[in-house]
Design a protein. Structure first.
Lengths: 139, 139
DNA sequence: CTCGATGCAAAGGCTTTGCAGAAAC
DNA sequence: GTTTCTGCAAAGCCTTTGCATCGAG
């Protein structure tokens, strides 16, 4: 797929510009459209699938019911703010330590992992300490 | 919902009998049927939703595209087989250890986490060692 | 011409909802 | 009668796929 791959190229460019972000197909589709790189949804889907199989993208699941994709940089996990949805990367060192024990106990061979921490980001913590009354709790 | 709730009762009973397992709606639907407690899929769905909102069940996301539910007992994480979909529980001790470090580094307050380990279960490992040639790799 | 990339339309898979009937109180 | 639980059918939401076309080599 080296020739044009206009859409795939635009997707990667979008992702590089915005930095750390887990994109849904919808977001990609919309961003391409507003960026003048209009594309059919299925083409976005296929481009993303291609990029994923090539290892350029990684599928991440933050469990809002949609698949998300991000550039395949250093593997990291995610921390998501229950209040504002902010996402921060977390080094996966958090998990790696205990894997040997798990393999021994379960007999599984662990090939991958996905960790999503949730809680409150620094900004929302600050807001809450100023307005200790009613805050909207999402989760 | 204290009265009959035949289906909800059967669901809880099923779950208690089988012990740790993250059930899909489909599995519940099928198990109820084969157990003589036939129920419409939507009824299973609504019963589960009710039990979840009551706090009896917890929704877990293993990202195989289906919602799963389990009794709200001790919190644990999950390990899922890439080959056959088998799920095994994992003590969340694996994660807890590193949380302090994460909080310090990110400024987030961590309230919860979700960890899904993936790999190959003992059964599939055995099958693969017997037939080392063509096996379907999903991830 | 050949092959990958696209667009368009339709199908799939799983989840959720609308509505009416049945059961418990 | 009122409220809760069920079944049946249909809609929804997102993801995938089939097929014909277009464009580069």
């Amino acid at each position: 797929m080296g020739r044009r791959a206009r859409i795939a190229g635009a997707i990667v460019e979008l992702m590089e510009q915005r930095g750390l972000h887990a994109w849904t197909l919808d977001e990609l589709h919309a961003s391409l459209a507003s960026g003048g790189e209009g594309a059919d949804f299925s083409s976005v889907f296929r481009s993303v699938a291609r990029l994923e199989s090539l290892g350029s993208l990684r599928r991440v699941a933050l469990d809002d019911g949609k698949s998300r994709f991000e550039l395949d940089g250093e593997h990291h996990d995610h921390m998501i703010c229950d209040r504002c949805g902010a996402v921060a990367p977390v080094p996966c060192r958090v998990v790696d330590a205990g894997l040997g024990e798990v393999e021994a106990a379960t007999g599984f061979r662990v090939l991958d992992h996905r960790l999503v921490l949730s809680g409150v980001c620094p900004e929302c913590l600050a807001v809450e300490s100023e307005h200790p009354e009613g805050r909207a709790v999402r989760a």
